[in-house]
Design a protein around this ligand. Structure first.
Ligand SMILES: Cc1cc2nc3c(=O)[nH]c(=O)nc-3n(C[C@H](O)[C@H](O)[C@H](O)COP(=O)(O)OP(=O)(O)OC[C@H]3O[C@@H](n4cnc5c(N)ncnc54)[C@H](O)[C@@H]3O)c2cc1C
Length: 482
């Protein structure tokens, strides 16, 4: 597939249009240009609804917490499109899709495609609460603009309500409490992160966050927003709030696909070639639904981008996306939480070991089946998180001393903590967001990337959520000392 034979018999690049210039769309464009830098095989048009160049959405919690400036999370500079030979339109949402003409519409023009990629992401869900309308006092947390609005209002001492005690809500709450705001999280369930962790872990986490200045209201929902005043809850109580941050879940952005008659369930249904029910239309990232991909995470989106770039450029027609085994992490200062696999398992047919230390802010849970880790929750146990993740990822038998594993003190022969990169096996996944192993870092080093900055530039490790930065630094130090 090195282009199409046109009418005059000449070979022309196929026109790929990407609708959506977020984390998946931007990465796909990068991956296509890595394979086809001179635009010989693929002519590329990217249509983005937002007015900004693409940015790292994952790091917006860190921007809210004051750890990064909005400029620091940009994925592309102003010259990227010209350099990458991409026709880029910002502030240009795709408003229509005509499959028979193979054409998409924006307010300022239409584009005919050979292949269309929907990378339209997801939109925050606004619960049906009387008076809860997006505006300066009500912000659903998803975009860089939302982030700026939140930071503008959340001054020290300002009362802020966060609707939703999921990952996004807790990251926002921790960040805002760190800025000195008086934060109350309103959560309809009995414990935090009920989709990721069990009740005991949820309780320890709430206690830890309470110690960091966050208040909680459990098993209640907002009934009414009183602008300038706060939230009336359904039990009749009241939460004062100058600002309400809504983090109540997201819905895949499937409007275009549905209107065009593509198969949509929760997201746009795609197969292992990331094809929708129309073979010329692909989807990836948060708007897509693949049976092996966890929803709402960047790691699957970026893995899908690499596969789709192989297919669209013809670099590897056999490339397939088979799914992603994701690890959930909470990115909040002073809190280490990782959950993976069947973290909610209660013991049927499995060996379950738990360690509950509420006053120490620690909770560990190991789920073992046939001597392999199939699930875990690790709160306040970063060393154990590193070891257990290795055991889980690589299907290594669990050492007999399970408690030592949970305490981060057991180092089976071929695993190690992040602190000792020499011991890590080559296949150890260092950067999950970008799927970079220790072996890939070593290869990059041997290829000339001989400091941490060069390793990052070559492999893109650390450029997702950034939680592997220390480990990549340790690998670089270890390589430099060889
Ligand atoms: C604050 C925050 C923290 C997060 N933290 C993590 C984390 O720690 N780890 C993790 O894995 N994930 C995290 N996520 C989720 C992660 O950001 C998403 O999974 C990722 O951004 C998905 O990429 P995407 O391109 O599919 O969607 P998006 O990044 O949302 O991009 C979609 C883009 O398409 C645009 N668009 C929509 N409709 C149209 C249209 N009709 N035409 C043109 N453009 C359109 C949107 O405006 C948007 O710019 C976080 C998300 C948020 C908001």
């Amino acid at each position: 597939m090195r282009g199409f034979a046109g009418e005059g018999g000449h070979v022309s690049a196929r026109h790929v249009v990407i609708a959506g210039y977020g984390m998946a769309g931007a990465r796909l464009a990068d991956e296509i240009r890595r394979r086809d830098p001179e635009a010989e095989r693929v002519r590329l048009t990217v249509l983005g609804a937002e007015a900004h160049p693409a940015y790292n959405r994952v790091l917006l919690s860190t921007v809210v917490a004051g750890g990064l400036s909005p400029e620091a999370v940009r994925l592309h500079d102003d010259e990227w499109a010209a350099r990458a030979k991409v026709e880029l339109r910002l502030g240009a949402p795709v408003t229509g899709l005509d499959r028979s003409l193979r054409r998409v519409e924006t307010a300022t023009g239409s584009y005919t495609y050979d292949a269309l990629v929907l990378a339209t992401g997801a939109s925050p869900w606004l619960p049906p609460v009387e008076g809860l309308e997006p505006g300066p006092e009500v912000v659903a947390f998803r975009t860089l603009d939302d982030c700026r609005r939140i930071v503008d209002v959340a001054r020290p001492g300002a009362p802020v309500a966060v609707l939703g005690g999921g990952l996004l809500g807790l990251e926002a709450a921790r960040g805002l409490a760190g800025r000195g705001a008086n934060v109350t999280v309103v959560h309809p369930s009995v414990h935090l992160l009920e989709r990721q962790v069990d009740a005991a872990a949820g309780r320890v986490l709430a206690r830890r966050l309470t110690g960091l200045g966050v208040s909680f209201r459990f098993e209640v929902t907002a009934a009414r927003h009183l602008p300038g005043d706060g939230l009336k809850l359904d039990d009749g109580s009241f939460v004062p709030a100058d600002l309400v941050v809504v983090a109540a879940g997201v819905r895949p952005e499937t409007g275009l696909a549905e209107a065009a008659g593509l198969a949509v369930d929760r997201g746009i249904l795609v197969d292992d070639l990331l094809r929708s029910s129309d073979g010329r239309i692909h989807a990836l990232g948060d708007c897509a639904q693949h049976e092996g991909a966890p929803a709402g995470l960047v790691q699957p989106a970026w893995e899908q981008a690499a596969v789709l770039a192989d297919l669209l450029t013809g670099s590897d027609p056999a490339a397939r996306y088979r799914g992603t085994a994701a690890v959930t992490r909470l990115k909040a200062r002073d809190i280490d939480l990782a959950a993976l696999g069947e973290a909610q398992a209660t013991g049927e047919g499995a060996e379950v070991l738990t360690l509950d230390d509420p006053s120490g802010g620690r909770y560990g849970k190991l789920v073992v089946r046939e001597n392999r880790v199939t699930g875990a929750i690790l709160l306040g146990l970063p060393d154990a998180a590193a070891t257990v993740t290795q055991l889980h990822d690589r299907g290594i038998p669990v050492p007999d001393d399970r408690l030592a594993v949970l305490l981060g003190r057991a180092l089976p022969a071929d695993t190690a903590t992040a602190a000792s990169p020499a011991e890590l096996p080559s296949s150890a996944l260092i950067c999950r967001c970008n799927t970079v192993t220790k072996g890939r870092l070593v290869d990059a080093w041997r290829g000339g990337a001989t400091d941490a900055t060069a390793l990052v530039r070559t492999t893109r490790a650390t450029t997702g959520c950034g939680s592997c930065r220390d480990t990549v630094g340790a690998v670089a130090d270890w390589l430099a000392a060889q």
